[in-house]
Design a protein. Structure first.
Length: 387
């Protein structure tokens, strides 16, 4: 049953990729080639574009054993999406015939570096990485590349290094735009005429997604702030002021407590931009504790508890970015590499400070009480929460 679903997902993803074939070949070639060049010549610089282009055909044909070791390095297990990824990668890589090593690093960069190091030592052919800090894995990933290992970023961009072949993720600026728009829609639907009193939260500043989520949201909210329709009562509108170190819900709750104590003793708060569900629930709890009426609060991940809160009207919305889709896409790429077909083509890329990284981008979806049943129609576990 689960396997069928995965196969269907892989098949439809494969069709989408076929439809895109031909776009972005140059970029794709150079990324593949980087991997293969490094595999072929340990001592040569893996990322050199010229060397890469020359080696491309050899690279695409190489492949590796069907029962190869595949490493998956996750940043932590503090939100539901990463726990789901841990389970799904372990089960689905095993089902696909590979030997998975799946590890999470508890938000500690040196621990993640060591785990990747040991995946290389254990002969992993591909390492899938959700970095704690997008900029801190350069040297260990360069070591992976020079051992001929493919490196795929998972959910988060890997920054400032040539040692990445591609990244599988939901559009991060797009996610933020959806959050900003949903906040605005919720305010209009639930809080009457503006101006609205609002506060802003961002995610962990080391995570490359967090500034992008914030940027996307502000592209929608800033014009409303400029027009006076939204008032940020605390005046805190910079990402650095609004970020939540390590995506730590307790820190977000503390910040919300002090924003309420310092700015809202004589006013109601109408809405709060939250970058994910855990932080959203912390914000809602702080408002409850302060005796505030329930503000419009956004989220991300469609975590079980937040799906229930959305259904009960306690959290206005979440954004679904299904882990099963990200994992299916990652495994599709791993199979392509195993068969010797190289990285699939994609027409999206992002500059990571060093190279244009091919991005395999999926679409996030806003979930409110109104569309929850539609969005989760094929997700029996979440459907069961809508009662
Ligand atoms: C992920 C979110 C997650 C957050 C904290 C982000 O990079 O995209 O899904 O909530 O990290 O774990």
């Amino acid at each position: 049953m689960a396997k069928k679903k995965v196969m269907a997902l892989i098949l439809s993803a494969a069709l989408a990729v076929t439809a895109l074939a031909g776009c972005g070949e140059a970029r794709e070639g150079s990324a593949n080639a980087a991997a293969d060049a490094s595999a072929a010549a340990e001592s040569t610089e893996a990322g050199s574009d010229e060397g890469a282009a020359a080696d491309e055909s050899a690279a695409a044909g190489a492949g590796f054993e069907a029962d190869a070791t595949i490493g998956v390095s996750l940043p932590w297990l503090g939100t539901q999406n990463w726990k789901e990824a841990e389970t799904m990668f372990t089960e689905q890589l095993t089902e696909a015939g590979f030997k998975p090593i799946v590890q999470a690093a508890d938000q500690k960069v040196p621990q993640q570096q060591q785990q990747i190091e040991s995946m290389i030592e254990n002969g992993a052919k591909v390492i899938v990485v959700g970095p704690i800090d997008g900029t801190q894995l350069g040297s260990v990933l360069e070591k992976a590349k020079s051992s001929g290992v493919y490196v795929i970023g998972y959910d988060r961009l890997i920054e400032n290094t040539e040692a990445v072949d591609g990244v599988v993720q939901f559009g991060s600026v797009r996610t933020g735009e959806l959050q900003g728009q949903a906040l605005l829609d919720g305010l209009k639907a639930q809080k009457g005429e503006g101006p609205y009193n609002v506060e802003l939260f961002g995610g962990g500043p080391a995570d490359p997604n967090a500034p992008n989520f914030f940027k996307g949201a502000m592209s929608v909210l800033q014009p409303e702030i400029d027009a006076g329709n939204i008032v940020i009562v605390s005046g805190q509108t910079d990402f650095t002021q609004c970020a939540t170190e390590d995506w730590d819900n307790a820190k977000a709750q503390k910040r919300m407590d002090s924003l309420l104590a310092g700015n809202y003793s004589d006013k109601e708060i109408d809405g709060v931009l939250s970058p994910n569900d855990g932080i959203g629930r912390a914000i809602i709890t702080a408002c409850e504790d302060a005796g505030q009426p329930n503000p419009v609060v956004t989220g991300l991940d469609a975590e079980n508890e937040s799906v229930e809160w959305v259904w009960q009207g306690k959290q206005y919305c979440t954004v679904a970015k299904p882990t099963q889709d990200l994992v299916a896409k990652s495994i599709e790429i791993i199979k392509s590499l195993q068969e010797g077909s190289g990285m699939p083509a994609t027409d999206v890329s992002t500059n990571n400070g060093k190279i244009d990284v091919p991005i395999y981008e999926l679409d996030p979806v806003v979930v409110t009480k109104d569309n929850a049943k539609e969005v989760f129609a094929n997700d029996p576990d979440r459907m069961a929460l809508l009662k």
